[in-house]
Design a protein around this ligand. Structure first.
Ligand code: CO
Length: 214
């Protein structure tokens, strides 16, 4: 485990040497531009680094991370990342990746104030309210938390389908898929939640938006 600020630079130098040894053109190629196929929306948790857990390289994933992998419909940072990924980079897969043992979701399940973050976690309480019958029927608190973590991912996937960015891509016939997956801290394994949405998916009438220029 890294302890000092200086170690970051020492590690970086070693990494550059290793990568250059493996592939002398590695950095020259990356410097020319990026063409990632995936947008990853994940949790800020230090234990779930997108590239590491997927065994991918620089250039493979466009990444947005926040506490509890949320898709908040007026979050300009998330929307800008999504728009750039879909409309400029042309990614074909958007992934919402949550993780079991998520402290953000656990805090949202409780009633103790944590601080400013409570106002962010409140969105997860909306997910709890939507699914409270199912959740309250689960007696084991750990299992209830894991289920809320899965349902939260499901709702963020749903939230992506309500954006103009995703709806316009689908109207234009683009093969954009939105996936939900969960990472298990205890095993290191990723699980697809099999809730993938694509241009054939039904969008709830309430959220369906006709394009301005048809
Ligand atoms: Co988390």
């Amino acid at each position: 485990m890294i302890r000092t600020y200086q170690e970051l630079f020492a590690n970086n130098k070693k990494w550059v040497e290793d990568r250059t040894l493996q592939d002398p053109a590695f950095f020259d190629n990356l410097a020319e531009g990026q063409r990632p196929k995936f947008l990853w929306i994940g949790c800020s948790d230090s234990r779930v680094p997108a590239n590491v857990v997927t065994g991918t390289d620089p250039g493979d994933l466009f990444v947005h991370r926040n506490i509890a992998n949320m898709v908040i419909h007026n979050d300009m940072s998330m929307l800008s990342v999504l728009d750039y990924a879909v409309n400029v980079l042309g990614v074909q897969h958007v992934i919402v990746c949550g993780h079991y043992g998520c402290g953000g979701v656990a805090a949202a399940m409780g009633n103790k104030q944590v601080g400013l973050i409570d106002n962010w976690l409140r969105y997860i309480k909306d997910v709890y309210r939507l699914h409270q019958h199912e959740l309250n029927a689960i007696e084991d608190p750990g299992q209830r938390l894991n289920r809320l973590i899965e349902l939260n991912i499901q709702e963020q996937v749903y939230g992506l389908t309500t954006t103009t960015i995703v709806q316009n891509a689908w109207t234009a016939g683009r093969p954009l898929q939105i996936h939900g997956m969960v990472y298990d801290l205890k095993t290191g394994l990723l699980k697809d939640l099999q809730i993938t949405k694509d241009q054939t998916s039904e969008i709830d009438e309430v959220y369906r938006l006709e394009p301005i220029f048809a």
